[in-house]
Design a protein around this ligand. Structure first.
Ligand SMILES: [Fe+2]
Length: 174
């Protein structure tokens, strides 16, 4: 049995505020990709889905005159750092196992190179999965952040993914 489900995360006010901000449809799509890739490579499907779902929870809004300002964003963005911390705090509050909370936080920290001054990060397989899953759902001009999905449908998709994760873990135990 998992300590925390995706639907528990989504219903929390912190997730409602910050995951919704950078696009709930994108968050869910990345969670599905991460689950799939983890499934295929024998990695932890639960951590992968959670990190995928929360990978952009650290975004701030860099708008100027109603338009996203890429210069401001590039200059000031720390969403991977902020997201790692925010996701960790939220998971711990929800009763997550601290080792898992750390693993998810690190996968969020390394899901992008955008905040690093240079050089490649050496990623664990789980961290690579989250990065790749994010890239799979990217659309030109950042359009993936603006696809909409209402609360009910988002909950439904997350319930389905939660069930897939539970089924997989159950089969693995048998
Ligand atoms: Fe993303």
């Amino acid at each position: 049995m998992r300590d925390v489900k995706l639907t528990d995360i989504y219903q929390h006010r912190i997730a409602q505020k910050y995951i919704t901000r950078s696009g709930i449809a994108h968050a869910i799509a990345v969670a599905y990709h991460a689950f799939q890739l983890a499934h295929e490579s024998g990695e932890d499907v639960d951590s992968a889905a959670k990190a995928g779902f929360m990978h952009d929870i650290g975004h701030y809004t860099w708008y100027k005159n109603g338009k996203w300002d890429y210069d401001l964003y590039r200059l000031n963005d720390i969403h991977a750092i902020k997201g790692a911390e925010r996701a960790h705090k939220l998971l711990i509050r929800l009763g997550e196992n601290p080792i898992k909370a750390k693993e998810v936080a690190l996968a969020i920290l390394f899901h992008t190179d955008s905040f690093l001054p240079g050089g490649e990060v050496v990623r664990t397989p789980l961290q690579s999965i989250v990065k790749l899953s994010d890239e799979k759902d990217e659309e030109p001009g950042g359009a993936h952040h603006y696809r909409e999905l209402d609360f009910e449908r988002a909950m439904k998709s997350l319930e389905i993914l939660d069930n897939k994760i539970d089924d997989y873990l159950k089969k693995k135990e048998e």
